[in-house]
Design a protein around this ligand. Sequence first.
Ligand code: GLA
Length: 729
Amino acid sequence: MAIDFNNESMIFSLHTRHSTYQMQVGQFGHLLHLYYGSRIKDEMDYLIRYMDRGFSGNPYEAGLDKTYSLDALPQEYPTDGTGDYRITCMTIKNTNGTYSCDLRYKGHNISKGKYNIPGLPSIYANKDESDTLEVFLEDATNQLQVTLYYGVIENTDIITRSVRVVNCSKEALFLEKVLSANIDFLYGDYDWYGFHGRHTMERQTQRSKIVHGIQGVGSKRGASSHQYNPFLIIAESKTTEDHGNCYGLCFVYSGDFKAEIELDQYNQTRVTMGLQDEMFSYQLKTEASFYTPEVVMTFSGVGLEKLTHNYHDIFRNNLIRGKYKSMPKPILINNWEATYFDYDGKKIIDIAEQAVELGVEMLVLDDGWFGNRDGDMSGLGDWTVNEKKLGCSLHTLVNRINEMGMKFGLWFEPEMVNEDSELYREHPEWAFIIPNRDPIRSRFQLVLDYSRVEVVDYIYGKICNVLDSANIEYIKWDFNRSISDVYSRSGTSNQGAVLYHYMLGLYNLLERIVQRYPNLLIESCSGGGGRFDAGMLYYSPQIWTSDNTDSIDRIRIQEGTSFAYPISTFGSHLSAVPNHQTGRTTPFETRANVAMVGSFGYELDLNKITTIEKDQVKKQIVYFHKYWDLIHKGDYYRLTSSQDKQQFAAWQYARRDGSEALLCSVTLEIHGNMPAQYVKFKGLLPKYDYIDMNTKKRYSGKALMCAGLPMPFMTNEYQTWQVHLVKVQ
Ligand code: GLA
């Protein structure tokens, strides 16, 4: 059993293969956090120092003892109103208007298998690979019961957390803040990694020192956002890719979130993660319960790359579901950058015919095929095929594509409506608009109120009608604005709960579609990577990483994305030059190598490329098939960092058994009389020899890892170089 409870010391120990997480029921029933780090068998309560500290109050039961203060003690689930003035996980507004909640231990339950969370995505695990701890806490005054859930997936070094709140009193109360996880570090110098960005420049890596005060990330956009990813790394200040202690917290949720860090007055570090509390106020009625989304935590004692591998493993094996969990996704061509809205059925057939000749496996018809949608001002919400534009029914078009030997995929943006649409004219009350106020428009669209069951049911019916009408094997599920004007005209008095119910509505819809169409591949998208999060991965094993298809920007975007999310989940396409987002021109081969960091595809009119490039496309497709297994299932290594001054970027894949590796690099800068550049490999077996499959030269794994290889002298910027190594038996 990975979870122990010592009845005498009242200490819980959660063990994974390389980590231990400990907490203790304190003398007054508070749950105190003791330790998270390398696996140990000791009980770590000796670490806690009790001291009399000014302006840090004491619970009443402490009597004359001034050394017991929740303002200083490390806690498992801190709440407001207990004399802890740091950031907390929970704020309750009681019926009498007070803000206090004092949770004490009532009992616990340890069981085999992993809990799941009703209506929310979460990590799944078999009984033989996982254990669950439930700790029952209660506030005796307002009769609020809180269950802390811990899922331990021992072999993967993963611990998951979630919280259930039940109102057992006779009166309704308000949850003003209810987070999912907290970690308190008693001491230490830490840095934090956040992944910030913007539309077309998502998940830029930023490492900062944790300083006194509160720092962190969050979203109030109704989506996890381009701006801040719901993922944090806390790293001891000397931690590198392959050295040092670091911790990850990743939120399995696609809506508003908050992740904060505070270095307190006693140099203790607190980290919290969960639902955004701004504009959240959830009325919890008598007997009602509330579940928080899950936080997936991991610890690595050997640097960031192991932390990354832990996340890649758990998301590939225990989050992603369905047919494409472990099989290659089709290499696709998407018509968006080739045509935008300006197409008809013939243009699409022309693109498909050329693509299939070169070996592309699926045609994805992007925005513009439905309703009155020839631009972004109209049509969203009207999910009926525009046969006039296509020149035939969808069924006929798909049949033609299938007869060519290609699969067919289709774009949807199911959560949105244009004011200029049949749906809006019929149901204006289904869009988020605050009475007597003009709504914020974004891309001329409004957001549908998915907190209403009838809206979700209606859209479900419409999507099913389209999917049932033709052999559609993929959908791109887009979401192209931030949510504003949150107000449900469903008659609810619980308006502060609407965004949370919106997410439940979205997840419910996705789940119904996943269940009804088990062979359907869903690629999630939000203006590129505005909803690239673990919540969406539960339904869609592929996410469009960014609307930016420029290789050089993509290297940075993909690097940031790689810290938590598996390479197999990155939607990545080779597009035309000059690039539509940056105007930059990069070589065809570089564009391909960068787009192969992910689920590969094309986003241009292949009729418009040269004969030499067409030949290259054929080779790229063969190449991607050859390396698919290594790229998608191997261990990913960041060999360079966008945090440093870089003359080149390099990354690498290695099979975990050390049998094969693939290194890719791209020159970022070129100067006169360049110094030689070297690159060192990772993940090889030092005692074995490897053959470089291009040059046929033989090197030991040790030489390749300790001394590396010189890179060829580049004659121009943005050139690419690859090395494929195979272990000598
Ligand atoms: C978003 C997507 C693009 C494309 C357009 C269509 O911006 O990220 O890939 O699908 O919508 O409107």
